[in-house]
Design a protein around this ligand. Structure first.
Ligand code: ATP
Length: 233
């Protein structure tokens, strides 16, 4: 579904991605784990087209994506749920969801919204309330639901567990895992390596702008280097 080859990206003169190779196959949950500042968010911005790349290639569903502008990538089926959620706090829950469906005017939008409410019943309950009044976990659910309203084939999820209490984190990971049944392929970047690897098929470890390890998620969880460096075990 998504293939990244030799991706490099810089902020001004400082390169932060030094040639990243990565693949996400259709139907997979793939996670990129790594410490704060490793370059995970930058990678997702490169994929969604909001951060320029200086070298490398991105292919998506058999087509070249490298030079496709950000505003066309959602139409191609690639959506991002950004770090820090970035919901519209002054708009209602429903308005946030409708913004996620800005590409569409057909009657499927209503059905998609009902699907979102079925998936996150709390959002139905609060559909007319301003999104800024939701708890952190509920805002994260809204961010995911809003991205799904764009009908993506592949969802880029940036740190959905950030700043949430452990119980809520578990709930969020459960929701992400349930997206498998909805035919959404997922690239998840997380500092919470254990939670992310637990629900993933495969994982990549990113260290200072490079992929240092990759493999089936279960193998990475069992690897003593990962256990020591990322799982605190
Ligand atoms: P985090 O989990 O904290 O978001 P990350 O792995 O996602 O970490 P990035 O946010 O991609 O890492 O940051 C990678 C590197 O790029 C870091 O050294 C960071 O300081 C730097 N960086 C990120 N954004 C900018 C920016 N807008 N301008 C300059 N440097 C930046």
């Amino acid at each position: 579904m998504l293939t990244v080859e030799g991706l490099r990206s810089a902020y001004g003169p400082i390169e932060v991605l030094h040639g990243v190779d990565l693949e996400v196959r259709s139907g997979e949950i793939v996670t990129v784990v790594g410490a704060n500042g490793a370059g995970k968010t930058t990678l997702l911005h490169c994929l969604s087209g909001t951060q320029p790349i200086s070298a490398g290639r991105i292919q998506f569903r058999g087509d070249e994506l490298t030079t496709v502008p950000a505003y066309r990538r959602l139409r191609r089926g690639l959506a991002q749920s950004p770090e820090g959620r970035q919901i519209f706090t002054n708009l209602s829950v429903e308005e946030n969801l409708r913004l996620g469906a800005f590409l569409y005017t057909d009657e499927r939008v209503e059905r998609d919204m009902q699907d979102a409410f079925a998936m996150f019943p709390i959002l139905r309950e609060k559909r007319n309330l301003v999104a800024g009044g939701l708890s952190g976990g509920q805002q994260q659910m809204l961010a995911i639901a809003r991205a799904l309203m764009g009908r993506p084939h592949c969802l880029l999820l940036d740190e959905p567990s950030m700043g949430l209490a452990p119980l809520i984190v578990a709930q969020i990971f459960e929701v992400v895992e349930s997206l498998r049944a909805r035919d959404v392929t997922i690239l998840l970047v997380e500092q919470n390596a254990y939670g992310a690897l637990k629900i993933a098929d495969r994982g990549y470890v990113m260290e200072t702008g490079r992929i240092s390890m990759t493999g089936p998620a279960a193998e990475l969880i069992a690897d003593p280097r990962i256990r020591e460096a990322y799982l605190g075990i």
